[in-house]
Structures are given as structure tokens and as C-alpha cells.
Design a protein around this ligand. Structure first.
Ligand code: PRP
Ligand code: URA
Length: 210
């Protein structure tokens, strides 16, 4: 079974509290989510493989660690995943970016795919999927299925807030994919929104109406 990493850190917690506040405007939510993503990136990339390479410093010759994988592919799930992309690119500036467009049908609560644009050799290096919300887990599970169908096999999932139900559903579907999350909330309401959550992540990030 995959691991669930709830990243507990005072800075992440304080910034998430500000995002949760219904009075926080979109411009602040965008900045806070980018900052949280940078902080979470350290944990989400901790298990990346490294190798030693020879380097001469101004003082001496030595062997030092460098990443032993090709350029990582970041895959934001549109729309809300875009709110995490810039933060990840700050720490992984040479990453490639693939896009999966997925919207949740608010009647059936099922994810509907509307875009898939990925590097053709996506299986060559690790993939990190970005989406602030893991609610029922349907969107994340479908996105990872699409990535696997395109050849990806070393996949990590990064979320801001997750519901226990969504974590279980996602782990059942993809027991090989670790989840990195800033907070695990109480559960889902009758419309499958995370409680207490942050509301509709896409609408809050981009200032659209729910
Ligand atoms: C949100 C969120 C996830 C999905 C989570 O996207 O960004 O992709 O809902 O819900 P689930 O776990 O129950 O599938 P939404 O469908 O609202 O689209 P948006 O990002 O374009 O607003
Ligand atoms: N999608 C969101 O944006 N928020 C939720 O709470 C659940 C799904």
C-alpha cells in the first residue's frame, strides 16, 4: 500500500489557515498556495534518486550528489492544479509540464476529462501530479490512470487538502502512488465538498463563481 505523507509544519499550517478563511481574496490564495507548494516540495522530492559526480571546488576535488533521474514531469490537473505549478517550478526549474484537464460533474460527482497533453516519453522519469483537492479521489485516480496508460510508472501525488474517503479510494485504485498532503480533513459533505476544506479550489483561486 502507498504511503500518505501529511506534512506537518507551522508555516504550512499557518498559510493553509489563511487559505481556509472565506474572506481571503484570490490574489492572496494564489500567493499562499504557491508558497505552501514550495515548502511541500522538499518532502515530496525527498525520495528522488541521487548519484555521485566528480566536481572540483575552488579548494579541492570531490564527489557530490546530483539527481540521478531525467527531467521530472509536473502534471497539474486543471484548473486548480495550476495554483501549485509555479511553486514546483521554482524548485524544479528544468521540469517538463504535462496537462490533464478534468472537471467534476456536479450532478454525478464523476470526473470528466477534457484535455490530456503529456510528454511522449513520460515514463522516462518521475512524475508529480498537482491538485489542491483530493475529495472523492475520482479526479486524481482517473488522472493517474491516464498517466499510467501513457507509460508513467514512478508517480507521486501532491494535494493541499484531502478527505479520508478520497485517500482510501485513491489508494485502492493506485496502491503504488504515494500521496503528499498538507492536511487531512474530517470528510465530505452531501455535495462531496471537503469539510471544513477551503471550498471550491478553482473558484477561489481564479475568482470565478461556484
Ligand atoms: C476540483 C479539484 C479536483 C477535484 C476533486 O476540481 O481541483 O480536481 O475537484 O474532487 P474529487 O476528488 O471528488 O474528484 P473541479 O472539478 O472543481 O474543477 P476546477 O479545478 O476546474 O474548478
Ligand atoms: N473540489 C473542490 O474544489 N473542493 C472540494 O472541497 C471538493 C472538490
Amino acid at each position: 500500500m502507498s504511503d500518505i505523507h501529511e506534512i506537518e509544519h507551522p508555516l504550512i499550517a499557518a498559510k493553509l489557515t489563511r487559505i481556509r478563511d472565506e474572506r481571503t481574496p484570490s490574489e492572496d490564495i494564489r500567493a499562499l498556495l504557491r508558497q505552501i507548494t514550495v515548502l511541500m516540495a522538499f518532502e515530496a522530492t525527498k525520495s528522488l534518486p541521487t548519484t555521485l559526480i566528480p566536481v572540483r571546488t575552488p579548494i579541492a576535488q570531490g564527489e557530490f550528489r546530483t539527481l540521478a533521474c531525467g527531467p521530472i514531469t509536473l502534471v497539474p490537473i486543471l484548473r486548480a492544479g495550476m495554483g501549485m505549478l509555479d511553486g514546483m517550478l521554482e524548485v524544479l526549474p528544468d521540469a517538463r509540464v504535462g496537462y490533464i484537464g478534468m472537471r467534476r460533474d456536479e450532478e454525478s460527482l464523476q470526473p470528466v476529462e477534457y484535455l490530456c497533453k503529456l510528454p511522449s516519453d513520460i515514463g522516462a522519469a518521475p512524475v508529480i501530479v498537482l491538485d489542491p483537492m483530493l475529495a472523492t479521489g475520482g479526479s486524481a485516480a482517473d488522472a493517474v490512470s491516464m498517466l499510467k496508460a501513457h507509460g508513467a510508472h514512478d508517480i507521486r501525488m501532491m494535494n493541499l487538502v484531502a478527505a479520508p474517503e478520497g485517500i482510501r479510494a485513491f489508494q485502492d485504485a493506485h496502491p503504488d502512488v504515494d500521496i503528499f498532503v498538507a492536511a487531512i480533513d474530517d470528510g465530505l459533505n452531501e455535495r462531496a465538498y471537503i469539510v471544513p476544506g477551503i471550498g471550491d479550489a478553482g473558484d477561489r483561486l481564479f475568482g470565478t463563481d461556484a
